[in-house]
Design a protein around this ligand. Structure first.
Ligand code: MGD
Ligand code: MGD
Ligand code: SF4
Ligand code: MO
Length: 689
């Protein structure tokens, strides 16, 4: 159907924009009989090759979000104190004039790097994430490394394999052993679960490794519960057993790996007993896991990002990537390591054409890490940020050490603009709030990270109120600033075509989805060639030595963890995982009926740790460390092991002020490389309130 044809149809197809591996296809039924088209219904698109007609519980109710009474529909200016949430409606012209005046003033006095954009993948579509970069390149702002989710996995894997490319998770249907290592598939990647069940029906065994007994662990054939942040020790012991028992693929190792002898010597001391003491998993279970991994083929390891949230997060993935090489798993269809597949879908995207780094000219921008926002806004020793623009992100809820961010964002000399659909915890602190469209109000393309189908999203309705898409916002800002470079004003179709130079964009729009190139035999490394310096899988890495890291996979305990000096005062480790099938990160927890406003966060604790502190089930407890103190009801459960507590994450402070947010407590130390952050290396103490 032509673009015009689709636009007048009653059913408009689109694709989910959420930062979720599944990128589901949807159909929106639109009533065009009145003066303004109204979306009546949203359903999964049965023709979408991956999601096959199913959405998740939150997006099934997406229209509640679109038509919520709480939507921001007009530009707003702060009238009360910062954080009070008092705003008055203003016109777009007033908002843009004020922003441009403030920005020019900041640039004149402190230079362009005193302005900082802050965004992540709240809408992970191409234009929504990429087009704004053109504006920031032109302005020369301080830039934020978007490393809070995923890049550390890639940075780890790359040191072993020379690439961040891994197995298409849909290939798991061919596997006979599936190890879900630090990923909560049933919750976070639900449309992969049917593939896993299909493999199980064909005889596959499903093993889950997670410090928390998740819904995915409940569904596994075997659940292993290591202490968080200790899996590297467990992996070294698995290697020990594989080598000791002759379960490695010697020929493949000889042909396609570097440093096996050094590795063998190194793991010789990592007996299952030694690892058991570190990770809290019985030595017999480590033996059993290694034997399964060394004898069952094809064997696939599936991981996402949960385990990167530790100080040794990059080493976790560097070490994990060694395992398939030891057993020659890459030879088999359905064997190897599956992680984000964004590098495959991203291979058809020309990032430079989308983001136009040439607009920077000779300037080198200042880069800062998004996880250190609290420090960036409060540290007076470095250049001060005086202008902050937030979109696609809710840092007051999602970024670690969030009380420090709150302190920073309260600064009188900081001018904050937030482009949002709702008055989030972050938007409450804005000087100007600008209304953002939802995915059914703007055309865009999504390059997924959980499957290979590039997906087209049609705008189904006109923007609600005066909302604008991210690309339209930055066209307006460019004009208000007086910029004249034509690229800043490209319309959406021009920018999409530039970003997808080798894709038949008309066909993608007509069909709605298009599969990106991937090896036809399903084996990304069937030839055993890897793009490292040696062309092989590197058990021993000179490149890591150059980065000041150990050459061989090495377990280093985190600075904030059990056994560290801080553990004398704060003996419990806190995890703050995704938990809710009606939230997507911090989104939806403000909407009635999604279980957010109504319920509130809680503390999960084992009976032993609770009894030691005189805490009973349901009782409010105080969870505290040097960063914050929060009060939440306790749930006594065997889902967490002794020494570990969990506060599921995603709720807003605004609805649960005593609880603050889980991230009030979390650690903002960075991973050893890769620029990730150690949310899960957080120590706390808990007391009865
Ligand atoms: N319903 C729902 N779905 C979502 C999201 C959501 O908020 N809600 N968020 C989306 C986003 S942004 C992402 S990135 C993906 C993430 O998808 P996942 O990576 O699957 O999700 P996480 O919950 O971050 O982490 C997975 C698991 O890692 C475990 N983990 C943490 N540390 C360790 C460790 O040291 N060792 C081991 N073995 N396991 C560890 C955690 O306990 C957790 O259960 O999910 C996406 N899907
Ligand atoms: N404690 C703890 N913290 C975590 C995690 C964890 O597991 N535990 N997970 C981390 C991970 S994996 C991630 S990815 C991050 C996610 O952090 P965020 O990217 O901040 O996640 P979201 O809650 O999805 O926030 C996106 C915001 O973007 C807005 N939005 C959606 N679409 C658009 C649009 O088109 N335009 C504009 N302007 N705004 C839009 C939404 O309304 C929402 O408020 O959180 C991280 N933080
Ligand atoms: S949030 Fe994920 S599972 Fe839900 S509709 Fe979007 S892509 Fe699908
Ligand atoms: Mo994420």
């Amino acid at each position: 159907m032509s673009a015009a044809g689709r636009a007048t149809a009653d059913v408009v197809s689109g694709a989910c924009h959420h930062d979720c591996p599944d990128t589901c296809g949807w159909h929106v039924t639109v009533d065009r009989s009145g003066p303004t088209p109204v979306a009546l219904q949203m359903r999964g698109d049965p023709g979408h090759p991956y999601s096959k007609g199913e959405l998740c519980p939150k997006v099934n109710k997406f229209l509640d979000r679109v038509y919520s009474d709480d939507r921001v529909l007009h530009p707003l200016r702060r009238v009360g104190a910062k954080g009070d949430g008092q705003f008055e409606q203003i016109s777009w012209d007033e908002a843009l004039t004020e922003i441009a005046e403030r920005f020019h003033d900041i640039i004149d006095h402190d230079g362009p790097e005193a302005i900082m954009p802050y965004s992540d993948a709240g809408n992970q579509s191409l234009l929504a994430m990429g087009f704004p970069e053109r504006f920031w390149n032109r302005l020369g702002a301080t830039r934020v490394l978007r490393n809070i989710c995923g890049p550390t996995v890639g940075a780890g894997v790359k040191m072993t394999m020379g690439t961040t490319k891994c197995l298409d998770p849909s290939e798991l249907r061919h596997s006979k052993l599936i190890i879900l290592w630090g990923t909560n598939t049933k919750l976070t990647n639900r449309h992969l679960w049917p593939t896993i069940e299909e493999a199980r029906t064909n005889g596959a065994q499903i093993v889950v490794l997670d410090p928390i007994r998740t819904v995915t662990a409940d569904a596994a054939d075997w659940f292993i519960q290591p202490r968080p942040g200790t899996d590297i020790a467990l992996m070294l012991a698995v290697m020990h057993v594989l080598i000791r028992d002759g379960l490695t693929d010697k020929q493949w190792i000889a042909d396609h790996t570097l440093g096996f002898d050094e590795l063998a010597l190194h793991v010789d001391e990592w007996t299952p007993e030694r690892a058991a003491a570190t990770c809290g998993v019985a030595a017999a279970d480590i033996e059993k896991l290694a034997t399964m991994y060394g004898t069952i083929r094809p064997a696939a390891i599936r991981t996402l990002i949960g385990a990167e949230h530790h100080e040794n997060g990059a080493m976790f993935f560097r070490t994990l990537a060694c395992l398939p090489a030891l057993v020659g798993a890459w030879q088999d269809r359905g064997g190897g390591l599956a992680r984000s597949i964004g590098v495959w879908t991203g291979s058809v995207v020309d990032d430079d054409a989308l983001e136009r780094p040439d607009l920077l000219g000779d300037r080198q921008p200042r880069w800062v890490n998004m996880s250190r926002l609290g420090e960036i806004l409060t540290d007076t020793s470095g250049p001060a940020i005086r202008g902050l623009v937030v979109w696609n992100c809710n840092p007051l809820v999602i970024t670690p050490n969030s009380e420090r961010i709150r302190q920073g964002i309260l600064r009188d000399d900081l001018f904050t603009v937030v482009h949002e659909q709702f008055i989030t915890d972050t938007a409450r602190y804005a000087d100007i709030v600008l209304p953002a469209t939802t995915q059914i109000e703007a055309t865009d393309v999504v390059a997924p990270w959980g499957h290979l189908w590039l997906s087209w999203n049609n705008a189904a309705i006109e923007p609600c109120g005066e909302a604008v898409s991210n690309s339209e916002l930055f066209r307006r800002l460019a004009k208000a600033m007086g910029y004249t470079e034509p690229e800043l004003f490209d319309d959406d179709m021009t920018a999409i075509r530039a970003a997808l130079p080798d894709v038949d964009v008309d066909q993608l729009q007509a069909v709605g989805h298009l599969r990106v190139p991937y090896p036809e035999d399903g084996r990304p490394f069937g030839d055993g060639v890897f793009p490292t310096a040696s062309g092989k899988v590197e058990f021993f890495s000179e490149a890591l030595v150059g980065m000041g890291q150990p050459a061989l996979p090495t377990f280093v305990a985190p600075g904030e963890g059990p056994g560290s000096p801080l553990a004398d005062r704060y003996p419990l480790q806190l995890m703050t995982p995704k938990h809710h099938n009606r939230f997507l990160n911090s989104a939806y927890s403000n909407l009635p009926g999604h279980g957010g406003r109504e319920s509130g966060p809680f503390l999960e604790m084992c009976a032993h740790d609770a009894a030691e502190r005189g805490i009973v089930d349901g009782q409010y407890a105080r969870v505290f460390n040097d960063r914050a103190s929060v009060e939440v009801p306790t749930r006594i459960t065997d889902r967490v092991r002794p020494g570990l507590v969990s506060i599921p994450w995603g709720w807003w402070n605004r609805h649960h002020p005593d609880a603050m947010v889980a991230n009030s407590l979390t650690n903002d130390a960075l991973t050893e490389w890769g620029g990730g952050v150690a949310f899960s290396d957080t120590l706390v103490e808990v007391s009865a309130r």
